[in-house]
Ligand binder design. Structure first.
Ligand SMILES: [Zn+2]
Ligand SMILES: [Zn+2]
Length: 216
């Protein structure tokens, strides 16, 4: 029995990556050119798209444009893909095809198809397969987080710090939140419940604790 280097599950076959991780890595690789293209709209210069004089400047949304420039630049997506291809070719004893000019997009497509062609060998015979697959996963995550940020989870309204005191006399102090749809505040740390009828008292305790903190 061997273990997949990426998901660490036991696998029936020999090799370094399980079938699921091979498939996922292939999909991530195939998506890289589209991710690369998907970053472009985020680079629109502020107010640059023909709004005309006097119109309000339109700022590119988060995140920082530099991150996107890095990812789209020679060292970003294309650099990572080409570097891995170079290492794989070297380890297989193949000649490394030098990128023949062309735009970054063309180079990225070439590197991706080279990596895909090597995937069967990588999964079965390459001890660095796990590191490679993890790096590709990280790369696609960082681009995806820019293009389609995960929706913010509603963590509820922040109430204050938990005033519960454990038997040893230590103040809990964890952040209390009223979760959406909940009627009582429950401390996720010490599990103390604060139903609405004690909220007045809760507020008083918190103010006391707050004062104590400032005095300390
Ligand atoms: Zn796996
Ligand atoms: Zn607590």
């Amino acid at each position: 029995m061997t273990q997949c280097q990426l998901c660490e599950q036991q696998m029936d076959d020999d090799g370094y990556l399980c079938r699921g991780c091979v498939k996922a890595t292939r999909v991530r690789l195939e998506c890289l050119p589209d991710l690369y293209a998907g970053l472009l709209p985020f680079l629109a210069p502020p107010g640059g798209n023909g709004g005309g004089r006097g119109s309000k400047p339109v700022y590119a949304p988060l995140p920082v444009v530099e991150d996107i420039l890095d990812l789209r630049g020679p060292g970003g997506l294309v650099g990572t893909a080409e570097q891995w291809l170079t290492v794989i070719c070297r380890d297989r004893g193949h000649t490394v095809a030098t990128p023949d000019g062309g735009g970054i997009e063309a180079r990225l497509r070439a590197a991706v198809s080279g990596l895909l062609a090597n995937m069967p060998w990588v999964a079965v015979s390459w001890p660095d397969a796990g590191e490679f697959a993890a790096d590709i996963r990280e790369l696609s995550r960082s681009v995806t987080s820019i293009i389609a940020p995960a929706p913010a989870v509603d963590r509820g309204r922040r109430i204050g710090h938990c005033p519960a005191i454990d038997p040893s006399g230590t103040l809990c102090g964890a952040v209390l939140r009223l979760l959406p749809g909940e009627k009582a505040v429950r401390c996720e740390w010490c599990d103390t419940r604060y139903p609405p009828y004690v909220w007045g008292q809760l507020k008083a305790w918190m103010t006391e604790d707050e004062k104590a903190r400032h005095a300390a």
